[in-house]
Write a protein of this length. Structure first.
Length: 334
């Protein structure tokens, strides 16, 4: 069905097609067109959580948690919503999403557009979904980096009781200066603030919510190893590898390749897998890796697992291959 619909969707600009697809998915779920059958797979325990399968939804597709129940009906083992910021923000000017169809790729410079953390929480409360939900948090674009920890701590407090785990986004290329938070001094300060607050919240709520950090693919191996050491030292529960890339070498001759923003999809696959492999090799099991980036088939999902990822996440592959990719990936990594 998606193969029939995709040419129509691709006639729309990418951001409009995104909204139309999600609205249609939500309508189909309300009409129970998906039925109740879920793909079977071997469960896995990670971060103290029991995942029904290894394949999840990456952050960015459902920024405000508006489509949780519809997306859950596709059979994901877990969902990650966001990135959400303390205050609502419009993001960067449109157009800000560009397909590179010849490469099965997307460039986006959305800029953390979202309705704010309070709106996301209301959507989570309304959802019927009761399985594993990650909430991805960030900082507002106008918050200087020296006060970034305040935004992340604010969001952590807000989402804590509603999240199965919380993902810390310090790696989007679309918020000015955000990736500077991956540098050693800034990272240590941010992680200290978050883990200190997490312990207070754990006492208050009677549960310890895992923290994961999402990193960029555009890092040298030494920097990757240093980040892994920091995450382990601060008792972070997992690392998500990776966000989108600013590299363009695999798409340089194609239309829209010069657009600013983060590149995702097939051209990111090898780069993201290399980061997964470096993290897994260096951490030796002390830091679980969630692999994301360029998964366009079941074989690509298996490649991430073979490189050392414990879980994988999908996003751009869904745009090019549709919901059937979920079941294909689950079957490949079971």
């Amino acid at each position: 069905m998606y193969r029939l619909l995709r040419p129509l969707l691709f006639r729309l600009d990418a951001e409009t097609a995104h909204r139309v697809t999600l609205a249609s998915l939500k309508h189909a779920q309300r009409l129970n067109l998906f039925g109740h059958a879920q793909p079977m797979s071997s469960p896995i325990e990670l971060m103290g959580l029991q995942f029904p399968n290894r394949v999840g939804l990456a952050a960015g597709l459902d920024k405000n948690g508006e489509y949780i129940d519809a997306l859950a009906a596709l059979g994901f083992g877990f969902l990650e919503i966001g990135t959400v910021t303390p205050r609502p923000q419009a993001g960067n000017p449109r157009p800000r999403v560009f397909r590179i169809a010849d490469a099965n790729a997307i460039i986006n410079r959305m800029g953390f557009n979202n309705d704010g953390v309070d709106a996301l929480i209301e959507n989570v409360r309304r959802a019927k979904y009761q399985a594993i939900l990650g909430i991805n948090i960030g900082k507002n674009f106008d918050t200087p980096n020296e006060h970034a920890a305040d935004d992340y701590v604010f969001c952590l407090r807000k989402v804590y009781q509603h999240a199965s785990y919380v993902a810390i986004n310090i790696s989007s290329p679309n918020t000015r200066g955000l990736r500077e938070l991956q540098e050693q001094e800034a990272m240590n300060a941010l992680l200290s603030a978050l883990t200190t607050e997490r312990e207070k919240l754990a006492d208050a709520h009677g549960k310890r919510v895992p923290l994961a950090v999402k990193i960029a693919p555009d890092l040298e191996p030494a920097h990757i190893r240093d980040l892994a050491d920091m995450l382990i030292a601060h008792r972070i529960d997992a690392v998500i590898a990776t966000n989108t890339t600013i590299a363009r070498d695999r798409v340089s001759a194609l239309p829209h390749a010069n657009e600013t923003g983060g590149l995702s999809g097939a051209p990111l696959r090898e780069q993201a897998t290399a980061v997964v492999q470096e993290l897994a090799r260096h951490a030796q099991g002390a830091l679980p890796v969630i692999g994301v980036g360029g998964i366009m088939s079941g074989a690509d999902a298996r490649e991430k697992i073979d490189a050392g990822a414990r879980l994988v996440q999908l996003y751009t592959g869904l745009i090019y291959h549709g919901p059937g990719l979920v079941a294909e990936a689950i079957g490949s990594v079971a």
